[in-house]
Design a protein around this ligand. Structure first.
Ligand SMILES: NC(=O)C1=CN([C@@H]2O[C@H](COP(=O)(O)OP(=O)(O)OC[C@H]3O[C@@H](n4cnc5c(N)ncnc54)[C@H](OP(=O)(O)O)[C@@H]3O)[C@@H](O)[C@H]2O)C=CC1
Ligand SMILES: N[C@@H](CC=O)C(=O)O
Ligand code: NA
Length: 372
């Protein structure tokens, strides 16, 4: 029988997405152990912002007790250079799964990649911050112009929906992408679908924001959704993949829904507790649109030829597909030369732990296929 292959996985960030990922990884590991030749997955490290649990001997942690083992771990948190060293000296290939929204971790992707460590992640920061970081990452990655590890980030746009893979395939097969537009935020979709549904009614805006957070749709700090930056980051990623050198997510117009008076709140909790004071303003927006027989939705667009990217509120007729979205659904339309005036459309849940983890697990499967 051919020798088993071993892969070593480190999961940094075990919140909503991280936990769902580890349970998908357990099921994948079981399936791969029955293939011929088998692949042995070893979960060697799990961490949150202030705690870490890792195996010094590179033996797998327990899939059934990792959470309580991490909670009681006294191991000191590894600085990133030590984490790079730990993974680079694993007995065989190692993969970093970054399920945080941390900028420092993302800034270090080139270091991991250059040491042969592959990365899969839903974290947008590495791909939507300064253009120089994007260039460094893909100069190091084996699926860029480098010879290091592989990197995939499907869930950084549209959670598990096949948005990045679709765009890459359009570009790599020689189609010309003219425009990309739609609803790119699960949180914003949920908020406007439930606060301003077609046909009238709907709850208080601030109460819907709290629900979106409880459902695991928002960023760790929901202000990062409401200020438009989360959507701006996704458009930056798509625009770069479509060939535009967008410098940063603040280099184009982005409408923020944060009331001026709350811009100075020192924490997400303070912001959420004061947001109900501004429900009246959101109600006015709803009534204004209703007088025209319309609803408001938070959308984004990229015009590739004009190099024009924008993010903000727009009004839509009740019959428009964007007005009819449900729950946390995203809808992303690709207008291309091949598809003509009927765009290629990707639609479905754009936030939530399980669907986001699916994109991360799918990326991990791609890396495993490339490594073997
Ligand atoms: N939720 C969703 O629907 C989607 C999320 N994403 C992206 O997925 C990522 C995770 O989101 P989500 O799970 O919802 O967020 P959570 O806030 O639920 O979890 C984030 C986790 O990251 C940990 N963390 C933060 N900084 C560090 C660090 N420096 N080292 C180790 N761990 C760290 C946090 O630790 P602690 O527990 O101590 O706070 C927490 O465990 C984000 O980048 C988000 O943008 C993408 C698409 C959809
Ligand atoms: N907060 C984001 C999560 C996915 O990227 C969203 O609501 O879309
Ligand atoms: Na996606």
């Amino acid at each position: 029988m051919p020798a088993p292959r071993n892969v070593y996985i480190a999961v940094v960030g075990v919140g909503g997405v991280g936990k769902a990922f580890i349970s998908q990884l357990e099921a994948l590991s079981h399936r791969l152990s029955h293939r011929r030749p088998p692949t042995n997955i070893s979960l060697i490290l799990v961490s949150r912002s202030s705690q870490i649990l890792f195996s010094e001997s590179y033996r797998s942690l327990s899939f059934s007790t990792w959470e309580s083992d991490l909670a009681s771990s006294k191991q000191p948190v590894l600085p990133i250079p030590d984490l790079v060293e730990y993974l680079a000296t694993a007995p065989e290939k190692a993969i970093l799964v970054d399920n945080t929204s941390n900028q420092n971790v993302a800034d270090c992707y080139p270091q991991f990649l250059r040491r042969g460590i592959s990365i899969v992640t839903p974290n947008k920061k590495g791909f939507s911050s300064d253009f120089a970081l994007w260039q460094d990452i893909f100069a190091a990655a084996a699926n860029g112009s480098g010879s290091g590890g592989y990197i995939f980030h499907e869930s950084s746009v549209g959670a598990g929906l096949p948005v990045l893979s679709t765009l890459k395939e359009l570009v790599e097969t020689g189609d010309e992408v003219a425009r990309i537009e739609g609803v790119f935020s699960g949180t914003m979709s949920f908020l406007f679908n439930s606060f301003m549904p077609v046909g009238g009614g709907g709850g208080q805006f601030s109460a819907e924001v709290k629900k979106a957070k409880e459902l695991g749709y928002t960023e760790p700090d929901p202000r990062d959704d409401l200020n438009g930056l989360d959507v701006a980051r996704k458009l930056t990623i798509l625009a770069r993949l479509a060939g535009l050198e967008v410098e940063s997510p603040t280099s184009f117009p982005v409408q923020s829904l944060i009331p001026k008076e709350l811009e100075s709140c020192s924490s997400g909790d303070e912001f959420l507790s004061r947001l109900p004071e501004f429900d009246g303003e959101m109600d006015k927006l709803k009534e204004e649109a209703a007088r025209e027989g319309k609803v408001v939705r938070f959308v984004g667009s990229i015009d590739v030829a004009k190099k024009d990217v924008k993010v903000g509120l727009e009004k839509f007729d009740a019959s428009h597909p964007i007005a009819a979205l449900k729950g946390s659904d995203n809808i992303i339309s690709f207008y291309t030369k091949r598809y003509g005036s009927n765009p290629l459309i990707v639609q479905g849940a754009g936030a939530g732990g399980e669907v986001t983890a699916m994109g991360v697990t799918g990326d991990l499967i791609k890396v495993l296929q490339l490594l073997h």
